[in-house]
Design a protein around this ligand. Structure first.
Ligand SMILES: Nc1ncnc2c1ncn2[C@@H]1O[C@H](COP(=O)(O)OP(=O)(O)OP(=O)(O)O)[C@@H](O)[C@H]1O
Ligand SMILES: [Zn+2]
Ligand SMILES: [Zn+2]
Length: 803
């Protein structure tokens, strides 16, 4: 008897391990690793993934239950993915089932119906299957299940005479059109024609026409037109066997427009050198990780494109990851324009069905390249030759929910599995990656100049405290107003960036620029509106909002933040003639609106593009000559040790949107803290000095990359219960981790109450801590067996992106 090991879909089970099930004889030849099944569990029937098949089990035979249903006749997960899930589960302290579910498209988690499609001639099929395909090329899978024909079905699938598709039972249905396939058999058509009575004139006429088009697949409307006939006539001759309906699937095309083909550019020397290093690694099958550090507009994308070209030529597949917000049509079209139909695109803007279509193109190996957001790192290619993470510093590569994986780590894992290189690209690499490159763990590839040797834009810092002194209370400095005015006159375009991260959450003195900081930590206090207090979410320190500035005594104290809408109003007052496009969460809710706005701006239908984070990335329009940053400070004072790094990255990225073509660019950054090093280095657009300085700060405070961090969070509806269990956590960690690990807390979390739950946390800083994962696993086990019953929710986040 064959036994399957199944990872079942029950959450909160204390032991995360596979369960043994016997494989019914009828399914023995069908079940493979990576297939989903339904199995009895307790008194329910639940979903599971087959992760291993074996001949023996320790489960007593009378206790052993059989698999009830097989859901996938072809596995949805490869052996690689099953192995990856095991690794992820341990690295991220997640349930294996969550890891497996994260790897398949959501459509497969929805309700769907399976259909079997005829791919070749009926004659190639086993006798038992033939009757099903006499009148249609598409038959519900149920039929074969019902008639016990799964084994011949699988044979037909293996030999590629048949294929399977899952039709999602909701709006994401596979799109298909019904066509008419005219019989290939001339003689038969002739015979049908001759047997018809002379009164059936229309039918005879159609048959004559069909003889000239034997074997063709044509849309019915075209036949009516060509033969000047009606559906009734067509149906009549089809009844006689002259033709049959076929269904042709059209992949929903999320790109809408056709993309013009582009040629490869002649690389600059710097680009050439970088490409060569990657190509060498590919050719020698080396799983090397490259950090491609190139200033904005240096042509990193062109290197990706040519590296992918090489990868395809070697018969291999490439995965390109791009942060969700820069996954714009402008971005994806750059890939489509080179590789055309060989590209699949996966991002959250697609409907469930569209996403599933794209996934299937990958699963069925119909494409060679996938461009997508974080989860595309699980693209089920089996012959990966190259993995690229563009904007590698982006925090969105880390998933915030379980499984809390980082796409970079998964990419590197897969590169080892496939013995292929990884490129991490950025103009502003994360400190962690740059430190690794310095230590030669990653190979550094540098592009110091822009592709056409254009100068980087000139950056000016405007001190908003001075503006206030001059009596200018608006959010636009004189400099910026002048800048916009001259662009309007010259018919050039302006991008205005409103940094909304940390909106309204810190308190600042408008006269001296002082931001209220924690007494014990080098971090700004968070403003809590509900009780008008300032809090440190690292150590728990808190104080009321001061009425006068402790530094200069001024009473111009306010919490900071301005919305895009308000900026737009002010902008139209200042420049009534300007055409303004606003891009933020409100104007991009509707599907496709994001791309419509960009398209309009690219086509010169507006003078000013005003937006949030969304516009910081990927924009490559030649007519943008001015970039204005309205408030550089907002992201600077977030209570996060990465806030300086994030600010530097953001300012460098937005500045990089200006002057990318012939016309030189200018950048104006407005700030209340012009002396801050993140702003000063962003002005010079110097990465390395910023890196050195920020590394010093991190070193002094024992933060990454010198230390690793992990965050354990406990929440409960009752504040005291949450605090109590957080203390239990801290005690447990303290008694199980080495003295080298420091455990800070428990303290309240940044947002203390979320969805009516109180949250406490412990921060762990460590260097080498062999006991970390075992300790976390043990803590999880205690939680899952005991604490969970008390309504506690415990999460463990290793290398959190935000703390
Ligand atoms: N070798 C080349 N010759 C001519 N033009 C090039 C070359 N390489 C890139 N370009 C052009 O330079 C511009 C900037 O290139 P690209 O967008 O690839 O830079 P990037 O490094 O990805 O920029 P960013 O990080 O700012 O998004 C593009 O318009 C691109 O077409
Ligand atoms: Zn002050
Ligand atoms: Zn503090």
């Amino acid at each position: 008897m064959k036994i399957a090991e199944v990872i079942v879909d029950v959450s909160a089970y204390p032991v995360d391990r596979p369960f043994d099930y016997s494989i019914p004889e009828a399914l023995e030849e069908l079940i493979e690793c990576g297939c989903r099944v339904q199995v009895p569990f307790g008194n329910r029937n639940i979903l599971g993934f087959v992760v291993a098949i074996k001949n023996e089990t320790e489960v007593p035979l009378d206790k052993l239950k059989p698999i009830s249903t097989l859901l996938d006749i072809e596995p949805v997960l490869t052996g690689e993915m099953l192995e990856l899930a095991k690794w992820m589960k341990r690295e991220t302290i997640a349930y294996e089932i969550d890891c497996l579910q994260a790897m398949i498209p959501s459509a497969l988690r929805a309700k769907y119906e399976k259909m079997v499609l005829l791919e070749t001639d009926v004659e190639n099929l086993e006798e038992a299957l033939k009757p099903f395909f006499q009148h249609s090329t598409k038959v519900p899978y149920k039929e074969f299940e019902k008639h016990n024909l799964l084994i011949p079905l699988k044979k037909g699938l293996r030999e590629k005479h048949l294929s399977i598709e899952n039709v999602v039972k909701q709006k994401g249905q596979i799109k298909e059109i019904r066509k008419v396939k005219i019989s290939e058999d001339h003689k038969q058509l002739q015979k049908i024609h001759d047997n018809l009575s002379n009164r059936a004139k229309k039918q005879k006429q159609m048959l004559l026409w069909m003889q000239q088009h034997a074997g063709a697949i044509i849309e019915p409307e075209e036949i009516y037109k060509e033969t000047e006939s009606s559906p009734q006539v067509l149906h009549a001759v089809m009844e006689l066997g002259a033709a049959q309906f076929v269904f042709e699937e059209v992949y929903r095309n999320p790109f809408k427009k056709e993309v013009e083909k582009t040629d490869f550019l002649t690389l600059t020397d710097e680009q050439e050198k970088a490409l060569k290093a990657v190509v060498n690694a590919m050719d020698s099958h080396l799983p090397e990780t490259f950090l491609l550090h190139g200033v904005t507009g240096s042509g990193k994308t062109e290197i990706y494109l040519q590296a992918i070209q090489h990868c395809i030529q070697q018969g291999k597949e490439a995965i390109v990851l791009v942060p969700e917000i820069s996954l714009t049509p402008q971005m994806t079209n750059r890939f489509r324009s080179r590789f055309g139909e060989q590209v699949a695109v996966m991002h959250s803007g697609l409907s469930v069905g569209e996403k599933y279509d794209e996934w299937r193109k990958v699963h069925e190996k119909k494409v060679k390249v996938v461009v997508g957001a974080r989860s595309a790192v699980f693209a089920p290619f089996e012959n990966v030759g190259l993995i690229i993470l563009d904007e590698e510093h982006e925090s969105s590569y880390k998933q915030e929910d379980s499984p809390r994986y980082h796409a970079r780590d998964v990419a590197i894992w897969r590169s080892k599995y496939h013995q292929c290189p990884v490129i991490l690209g950025s103009a502003t690499p994360s400190l962690e990656s740059y430190a690794r490159a310095r230590k030669n763990v990653y190979k550094l590839l540098a592009l110091k100049e822009r592709a056409m040797k254009q100068p980087l834009p000139k950056v000016e810092i405007v001190d908003m405290r001075e503006e206030l002194k001059k009596g200018n209370r608006s959010m636009f400095s004189e400099k910026l107003v002048e800048g916009i005015k001259s662009r309007l006159e010259k018919k050039e375009q302006t991008v205005l960036f409103l940094n909304r991260r940390g909106y309204s959450s810190f308190v600042l003195c408008r006269d001296c620029g002082t931001v209220m900081q924690c007494e014990n930590c080098d971090i700004s206090l968070t403003y809590h509106r509900y009780n008008e207090r300032l809090k440190c979410h690292y150590c728990g320190f808190e104080q009321p909002v001061p009425t006068i500035c402790p530094e200069c005594g001024s009473d111009h104290i306010r919490y900071f933040g301005t919305g895009t809408q308000k900026v737009e109003e002010e902008l139209t007052k200042l420049f009534p003639e300007a055409r303004v496009l606003r891009m933020d969460v409100d104007t991009t809710k509707r599907k496709g609106s994001h791309e419509a706005i960009l398209e309009d701006f690219g086509a010169g239908k507006a003078d000013i593009l005003l937006g949030t984070q969304m516009i910081a990335k990927g924009l490559d329009f030649p007519n943008i000559t001015l970039v204005g940053v309205l408030s550089a400070d907002t992201s600077l004072h977030l209570p996060d040790f990465r806030s300086a790094e994030r600010t530097f990255q953001l300012l460098t990225q937005v500045s990089g949107r200006a002057g990318r073509a012939e016309k030189p660019g200018e950048v104006i950054i407005q700030t209340y803290t012009p002396e801050h090093y993140a702003i000063q280095f962003a002005k010079e657009q110097l990465y390395e000095p910023f890196y050195e300085r920020e590394m010093m700060m991190r070193h002094a405070a024992d933060y990454p990359p010198y230390y690793y961090i992990a965050l354990v969070q406990v929440s409960h509806e009752d504040l005291l219960v949450a605090a109590d269990y957080a203390k239990k956590c801290a005690d447990y960690l303290r008694s199980n981790l080495s003295f080298n690990a420091s455990i800070i807390g428990p303290t309240t979390a940044g947002i203390v109450r979320l969805q009516n739950r109180y949250r406490y946390q412990c921060l762990i800083k460590y260097k080498i801590e062999p006991n970390l994962i075992p300790t976390f696993l043990q803590l999880m086990k205690i939680y899952r067996t005991e604490w969970i019953k008390k309504g506690i929710v415990l999460t463990i986040d290793i290398n959190p992106s935000l703390i």
